[in-house]
Design a protein around this ligand. Structure first.
Ligand code: ZN
Length: 231
Protein backbone atom coordinates (compact mmCIF):
# COMPACT_ATOMS: atom_id res chain seq x y z
CA UNK A 1 0.00 0.00 0.00
CA UNK A 2 1.15 3.48 -0.88
CA UNK A 3 1.69 6.41 1.47
CA UNK A 4 1.39 4.57 4.77
CA UNK A 5 2.18 7.50 7.02
CA UNK A 6 -0.42 9.66 5.24
CA UNK A 7 -3.03 6.89 5.63
CA UNK A 8 -2.15 6.60 9.31
CA UNK A 9 -2.43 10.34 9.98
CA UNK A 10 -5.72 10.66 8.08
CA UNK A 11 -7.14 7.66 9.90
CA UNK A 12 -6.12 9.26 13.22
CA UNK A 13 -7.74 12.58 12.25
CA UNK A 14 -11.02 10.82 11.46
CA UNK A 15 -10.89 8.96 14.76
CA UNK A 16 -10.23 12.23 16.59
CA UNK A 17 -13.55 13.60 15.22
CA UNK A 18 -15.22 10.44 16.53
CA UNK A 19 -13.53 10.46 19.95
CA UNK A 20 -14.51 14.11 20.49
CA UNK A 21 -18.17 13.33 19.79
CA UNK A 22 -18.35 15.47 16.66
CA UNK A 23 -19.68 12.69 14.40
CA UNK A 24 -22.42 10.03 14.68
CA UNK A 25 -22.59 6.72 12.75
CA UNK A 26 -20.90 7.42 9.41
CA UNK A 27 -21.17 11.26 9.54
CA UNK A 28 -18.14 13.40 8.87
CA UNK A 29 -14.86 13.01 7.06
CA UNK A 30 -11.26 14.12 7.23
CA UNK A 31 -8.54 14.05 4.60
CA UNK A 32 -4.86 14.93 4.28
CA UNK A 33 -2.64 15.53 1.28
CA UNK A 34 0.93 14.67 0.31
CA UNK A 35 1.82 17.67 -1.87
CA UNK A 36 4.93 16.04 -3.31
CA UNK A 37 2.90 13.11 -4.61
CA UNK A 38 -0.17 15.23 -5.41
CA UNK A 39 -2.32 12.62 -3.66
CA UNK A 40 -4.71 12.93 -0.74
CA UNK A 41 -6.12 10.24 1.56
CA UNK A 42 -9.78 10.46 2.63
CA UNK A 43 -12.27 8.45 4.64
CA UNK A 44 -14.25 5.88 2.62
CA UNK A 45 -17.96 6.60 2.12
CA UNK A 46 -20.53 5.10 4.50
CA UNK A 47 -18.10 3.13 6.67
CA UNK A 48 -18.60 3.26 10.44
CA UNK A 49 -15.80 4.50 12.69
CA UNK A 50 -15.42 1.04 14.26
CA UNK A 51 -14.57 -0.38 10.85
CA UNK A 52 -12.13 2.34 9.80
CA UNK A 53 -8.45 1.52 9.52
CA UNK A 54 -5.45 3.18 7.87
CA UNK A 55 -5.63 0.64 5.06
CA UNK A 56 -9.21 1.44 4.01
CA UNK A 57 -8.47 5.14 3.55
CA UNK A 58 -8.93 5.96 -0.15
CA UNK A 59 -6.12 7.65 -2.10
CA UNK A 60 -7.24 10.26 -4.65
CA UNK A 61 -5.16 12.44 -7.00
CA UNK A 62 -5.69 16.14 -7.75
CA UNK A 63 -7.76 15.27 -10.83
CA UNK A 64 -10.20 13.45 -8.54
CA UNK A 65 -9.23 9.94 -9.75
CA UNK A 66 -8.86 7.09 -7.28
CA UNK A 67 -5.22 6.04 -7.05
CA UNK A 68 -5.66 3.23 -4.55
CA UNK A 69 -8.56 1.85 -2.50
CA UNK A 70 -11.22 -0.85 -2.64
CA UNK A 71 -13.98 1.40 -1.30
CA UNK A 72 -15.60 4.54 -2.69
CA UNK A 73 -14.20 7.74 -1.19
CA UNK A 74 -16.37 10.04 0.96
CA UNK A 75 -19.27 11.60 -0.94
CA UNK A 76 -17.74 14.99 -0.03
CA UNK A 77 -14.45 14.19 -1.79
CA UNK A 78 -14.97 16.81 -4.50
CA UNK A 79 -15.35 19.52 -1.86
CA UNK A 80 -12.02 18.51 -0.30
CA UNK A 81 -10.45 18.33 -3.77
CA UNK A 82 -11.64 21.82 -4.67
CA UNK A 83 -10.12 23.27 -1.48
CA UNK A 84 -6.78 21.49 -2.13
CA UNK A 85 -6.73 22.78 -5.73
CA UNK A 86 -7.54 26.33 -4.74
CA UNK A 87 -5.41 26.66 -1.60
CA UNK A 88 -1.93 25.24 -2.19
CA UNK A 89 -0.79 25.82 1.41
CA UNK A 90 -3.41 23.69 3.20
CA UNK A 91 -2.59 20.07 4.02
CA UNK A 92 -5.79 18.73 5.57
CA UNK A 93 -9.57 19.22 5.51
CA UNK A 94 -12.28 18.07 7.93
CA UNK A 95 -16.07 18.15 7.85
CA UNK A 96 -18.61 17.31 10.55
CA UNK A 97 -22.20 18.07 11.47
CA UNK A 98 -21.22 18.83 15.08
CA UNK A 99 -24.18 20.23 16.96
CA UNK A 100 -23.31 23.80 17.92
CA UNK A 101 -21.48 24.69 14.72
CA UNK A 102 -24.38 23.23 12.71
CA UNK A 103 -26.89 25.24 14.76
CA UNK A 104 -25.14 28.44 13.59
CA UNK A 105 -25.02 27.12 10.01
CA UNK A 106 -28.74 26.36 10.14
CA UNK A 107 -29.47 29.82 11.56
CA UNK A 108 -27.35 31.08 8.62
CA UNK A 109 -25.32 33.23 10.95
CA UNK A 110 -21.60 33.94 10.94
CA UNK A 111 -20.05 33.58 14.39
CA UNK A 112 -18.83 36.99 15.56
CA UNK A 113 -15.59 37.12 17.50
CA UNK A 114 -16.77 37.50 21.11
CA UNK A 115 -13.66 36.44 22.99
CA UNK A 116 -10.00 35.55 22.91
CA UNK A 117 -10.64 31.80 22.52
CA UNK A 118 -12.00 32.62 19.09
CA UNK A 119 -9.31 35.26 18.37
CA UNK A 120 -6.56 32.72 19.06
CA UNK A 121 -7.64 30.80 15.95
CA UNK A 122 -9.52 33.07 13.56
CA UNK A 123 -8.75 36.61 12.42
CA UNK A 124 -12.30 37.98 12.62
CA UNK A 125 -15.67 36.29 12.38
CA UNK A 126 -16.21 32.68 11.33
CA UNK A 127 -18.15 33.25 8.12
CA UNK A 128 -21.33 31.50 7.12
CA UNK A 129 -21.58 30.95 3.36
CA UNK A 130 -24.51 31.97 1.19
CA UNK A 131 -27.09 29.28 0.60
CA UNK A 132 -26.17 27.25 -2.46
CA UNK A 133 -28.44 27.85 -5.46
CA UNK A 134 -30.74 25.27 -7.00
CA UNK A 135 -28.62 25.15 -10.15
CA UNK A 136 -25.39 24.63 -8.21
CA UNK A 137 -27.08 21.92 -6.17
CA UNK A 138 -28.28 19.95 -9.20
CA UNK A 139 -25.03 20.31 -11.10
CA UNK A 140 -21.81 19.25 -9.32
CA UNK A 141 -23.06 19.91 -5.78
CA UNK A 142 -19.92 18.89 -3.90
CA UNK A 143 -17.55 20.92 -6.10
CA UNK A 144 -19.86 23.93 -5.82
CA UNK A 145 -19.98 23.53 -2.05
CA UNK A 146 -16.22 24.07 -2.24
CA UNK A 147 -16.83 27.30 -4.19
CA UNK A 148 -19.28 28.49 -1.50
CA UNK A 149 -16.62 27.85 1.14
CA UNK A 150 -13.91 29.65 -0.83
CA UNK A 151 -16.02 32.73 -1.54
CA UNK A 152 -17.17 33.00 2.08
CA UNK A 153 -13.61 34.03 3.05
CA UNK A 154 -13.78 37.24 0.97
CA UNK A 155 -10.33 38.85 1.08
CA UNK A 156 -9.07 36.79 4.01
CA UNK A 157 -6.65 33.87 3.60
CA UNK A 158 -7.35 30.25 4.60
CA UNK A 159 -4.70 30.70 7.31
CA UNK A 160 -6.60 33.63 8.82
CA UNK A 161 -9.89 31.74 8.58
CA UNK A 162 -9.30 27.98 9.05
CA UNK A 163 -13.00 27.19 9.57
CA UNK A 164 -16.33 28.17 8.01
CA UNK A 165 -20.02 27.31 8.20
CA UNK A 166 -21.86 26.21 5.08
CA UNK A 167 -25.39 27.65 5.32
CA UNK A 168 -28.06 25.07 6.05
CA UNK A 169 -25.41 22.34 6.24
CA UNK A 170 -22.52 22.46 8.69
CA UNK A 171 -18.87 23.24 9.34
CA UNK A 172 -15.74 22.66 7.26
CA UNK A 173 -12.23 23.27 8.59
CA UNK A 174 -8.67 22.90 7.35
CA UNK A 175 -5.08 23.26 8.43
CA UNK A 176 -1.45 22.35 7.74
CA UNK A 177 -2.29 18.63 7.91
CA UNK A 178 -5.21 16.29 8.67
CA UNK A 179 -4.58 16.42 12.40
CA UNK A 180 -4.71 20.25 12.49
CA UNK A 181 -7.84 20.26 10.31
CA UNK A 182 -9.57 17.91 12.78
CA UNK A 183 -8.39 20.00 15.74
CA UNK A 184 -9.93 23.06 14.08
CA UNK A 185 -13.27 21.18 13.88
CA UNK A 186 -13.05 20.48 17.61
CA UNK A 187 -12.17 24.10 18.40
CA UNK A 188 -14.92 25.44 16.13
CA UNK A 189 -17.49 23.36 17.99
CA UNK A 190 -16.31 24.84 21.30
CA UNK A 191 -16.31 28.41 19.94
CA UNK A 192 -19.82 27.89 18.51
CA UNK A 193 -21.04 26.53 21.84
CA UNK A 194 -19.62 29.45 23.82
CA UNK A 195 -20.95 32.00 21.31
CA UNK A 196 -24.47 30.58 21.50
CA UNK A 197 -24.41 30.59 25.30
CA UNK A 198 -23.05 34.15 25.31
CA UNK A 199 -25.89 35.23 23.04
CA UNK A 200 -28.37 33.60 25.31
CA UNK A 201 -26.97 34.97 28.59
CA UNK A 202 -26.51 38.45 27.13
CA UNK A 203 -30.02 38.27 25.72
CA UNK A 204 -28.79 39.45 22.32
CA UNK A 205 -26.91 42.42 23.81
CA UNK A 206 -23.59 41.29 22.35
CA UNK A 207 -20.17 42.92 22.58
CA UNK A 208 -17.84 41.98 19.72
CA UNK A 209 -14.28 41.62 20.99
CA UNK A 210 -12.40 44.90 20.70
CA UNK A 211 -9.97 45.08 17.79
CA UNK A 212 -6.91 45.59 20.01
CA UNK A 213 -7.66 42.29 21.80
CA UNK A 214 -8.50 40.43 18.60
CA UNK A 215 -5.25 41.57 17.00
CA UNK A 216 -3.18 40.81 20.09
CA UNK A 217 -4.47 37.27 20.42
CA UNK A 218 -4.42 36.45 16.72
CA UNK A 219 -0.94 37.84 16.02
CA UNK A 220 0.75 36.36 19.10
CA UNK A 221 -0.08 32.90 17.71
CA UNK A 222 0.15 33.52 13.94
CA UNK A 223 2.43 35.29 11.48
CA UNK A 224 5.88 36.86 11.77
CA UNK A 225 5.28 38.35 15.24
CA UNK A 226 4.05 35.10 16.81
CA UNK A 227 5.52 34.27 20.21
CA UNK A 228 3.00 31.74 21.64
CA UNK A 229 4.22 28.19 22.24
CA UNK A 230 7.60 26.62 21.51
CA UNK A 231 9.63 26.99 18.32
ZN1 ZN B 1 -22.13 17.25 5.44
Amino acid sequence: LKLNSLRESVYEANMELFRRGLVLYTFGNASGIDRNEGIFAIKPSGVSYAELSPKNMVLVDLDGSIVEGELRPSSDTKTHLHLYQKWSDIGGVAHTHSTYATVWAQARRSIPCLGTTHADYVNGDIPCSNVISELNTKDDYEFNTGSQIISSLGNRTPTEVPMVLVAGHGPFSWGADASKAAAHSVILEEIARMALMTHSLANGNIFPLENHLLEKHYTRKHGPQAYYGQV
